[in-house]
Design a protein around this ligand. Sequence first.
Ligand SMILES: Cc1cc2nc3c(=O)[nH]c(=O)nc-3n(C[C@H](O)[C@H](O)[C@H](O)COP(=O)(O)OP(=O)(O)OC[C@H]3O[C@@H](n4cnc5c(N)ncnc54)[C@H](O)[C@@H]3O)c2cc1C
Length: 286
Amino acid sequence: MALDLETREQLIDTVRRFVTERLRPLEAKVSEDDAIPNEVIEEMKALGLFGLSIPEEYGGLDLSMEDECLVGVELGRTSPAFRSAFGTNVGIGSQGLVMFGTPAQKAKYLPGIASGEIITSFALTEPEAGSDSANVQTTAIRDGDVYVLNGTKRFITNANKADLFTVMARSDPGKPGGGGVSAFLVERNLPGLSVGKPEKKMGQQGAHICDVIFDNVRVPVENRLGAEGEGFKVAMQVLDRGRLHISAVCIGVAERLLADCVAYASERKQFGQAISGFQLIQGMIA
Ligand SMILES: Cc1cc2nc3c(=O)[nH]c(=O)nc-3n(C[C@H](O)[C@H](O)[C@H](O)COP(=O)(O)OP(=O)(O)OC[C@H]3O[C@@H](n4cnc5c(N)ncnc54)[C@H](O)[C@@H]3O)c2cc1C
């Protein structure tokens, strides 16, 4: 739902102040500790950040895509690891449920996702299915009133904290490509589900990605998201929406980088003058 202009301004102003006054001073600590302090997570919950995109009836703010993007620009002005803490709940971890969930699935999970009590992950990528994401090898074989999942997912954001995974798995092994894939809501505590150690990354310390391993994980049929064979469509629609959000965050990141570069080049002096006076520095910033 689109906010009226005054409410939108208030929300953006609140997020901007949270980013400037609360998050930016913590950037070095988060990078060093590779963790976001728990009290900051609690403040994010209180601000409603986990539920930006969740319908109001389930406790979220139900922002329109445009409003969510404007908030995303503000969130980009600090380390992206902060946004990642709640980003999966806002985007890839919740939107399959919002778009394709049954009323019972929504009622069961969305209020906890909106409040931040339930952390979500989205598990599509595999060792052999990256850019070629329709090449999912994880299987989901129907056995009465459950699907039995086997396989490994890779680079799954927030997997080490997640309570609920949206998992794309091949329910029809005889059908190659996206058509044989279904989506499932998989709870963390199911027997046979394990999570690997966080990968070492080049950046975004404080945000984590891990393998998720399924060893005969029995997922109830009522936890299938959408129709059988519709899972790749679920994944693509969720990712399409996520791309808009991430693009907005990238605008904030780019503006912050420019501002930091300009400030540093103006302050740093070499050869008796600010380095911003050198044409090559100006060229790089431009
Ligand atoms: C920080 C991070 C968080 C992530 N979070 C998640 C998550 O939460 N859930 C999830 O499911 N996945 C997640 N991923 C995985 C991400 O979606 C994949 O990394 C991505 O799909 C690319 O796959 P790949 O890494 O296997 O690269 P590859 O597919 O192996 O690509 C390697 C290179 O080859 C290029 N390439 C591939 N195919 C072609 C082609 N046809 N033509 C030309 N060039 C090509 C690519 O552009 C790339 O430069 C995450 C990844 C990272 C790094």
